[in-house]
Ligand binder design. Structure first.
Ligand SMILES: Nc1nc2c(ncn2[C@@H]2O[C@H](COP(=O)(O)OP(=O)(O)OP(=O)(O)O)[C@@H](O)[C@H]2O)c(=O)[nH]1
Length: 184
């Protein structure tokens, strides 16, 4: 029987950038137009990446801003992060930078698995405030994966969560190689 591994991933970002919509599209395969601020929701989904099976627990958090104090529960027991901004909001891009800095300070290990997502790319022609290149450069500076997405599109959204699972493995493997440790 294949080994099922457990991964807990947090979705973070400014208010109304599409965190819930991405989680909902990924888990339910649907896009919801209405907006209701999230308190905190957890989703579970079995995901197959290559030959491996993962029990993915996704935590959709309440929107943060520059002043949010991140609780310990955002670090302890978390394997990776999906940091979301909206390409239509420069403020959400600034917030995601602050969030990354705060997480990184508390992370304690050198490499933190992150996928940076520029969401609402379907609105980019009418109201883009953050260029694709700016997102790409920011992710590069973190050593993170970068994607632009629309929560309206199923495949792109699936890709985000596949990438974070792959990234968690990649970081784990490079960490155990550099320390000589083997994760059991
Ligand atoms: N056009 C478009 N609208 C989106 C997209 N993602 C989300 N929305 C809309 O943006 C609004 C906010 O989306 P949510 O998913 O609730 O945002 P959130 O980040 O979870 O919000 P908080 O709970 O406040 O943190 C909703 O009206 C969504 O329908 C997208 O990719 N494209």
């Amino acid at each position: 029987m294949p080994l099922v591994r457990y991964r807990k991933v947090l979705i973070l970002g400014y208010r109304a950038v599409g965190k819930t919509s991405l989680a909902h599209q990924f888990v339910e395969g649907k896009f919801v137009e209405c907006y209701e601020p999230t308190v905190e929701s957890t989703y579970n989904k079995m995901v197959v990446v290559g030959k491996d099976e993962f029990q993915l627990q996704l935590v959709d958090t309440a929107g943060q801003d520059e002043y949010t104090i991140l609780p310990h529960s955002f670090i302890i027991g978390i394997h990776g992060y999906v940091l979301v901004y909206s390409v239509t909001s420069l403020q959400s891009f600034q917030v995601v930078k602050t969030l990354h800095n705060k997480l990184y300070e508390s992370w304690g290990k050198t490499r933190m698995p992150v996928v940076l997502v520029g969401n609402k790319a379907d609105l980019s022609l009418q109201s883009r405030e953050v260029k694709t290149d700016e997102g790409k450069k920011l992710a590069e500076s973190w050593g993170a994966i970068f994607l632009e997405s629309s929560a309206k599109e199923s495949q792109v959204t699936q890709g985000i969560f596949m990438k974070i699972i792959e990234e968690i493995d990649r970081v784990d493997n490079s960490y155990s190689r550099s320390t000589g440790c083997h994760l059991m």
